[in-house]
Design a protein around this ligand. Structure first.
Ligand SMILES: [Zn+2]
Length: 76
């Protein structure tokens, strides 16, 4: 009757989240982030998974399609 948690996660992954690959502005490694395609425009800070530096991420979706994506380093 009830779906397993893993199946729920996979559903959420495919229908709400988009994995996007980009180059870290600090270490130049190719990293990926999960973006919420249900939010039309969002800007937030997330740490790089390789060098742990804070990255300013700006993404914009139109009908769940990524139309704009930008990453900036944050001056300390
Ligand atoms: Zn990095």
């Amino acid at each position: 009757m009830f779906k397993k948690d893993t199946q729920l996660c996979i559903f959420f992954y495919f229908y709400g989240m988009v994995e996007h690959y980009f180059t870290c502005p600090y270490c130049w490694e190719n990293i990926s982030m999960l973006l919420d395609s249900s939010v039309s425009k969002q800007s937030y800070v997330e740490d790089c998974e390789v060098c742990c530096n804070p990255i300013q991420v700006t993404s914009e979706f139109m009908d769940t399609e990524l139309i704009a994506f930008q990453v900036d380093s944050i001056e300390q």
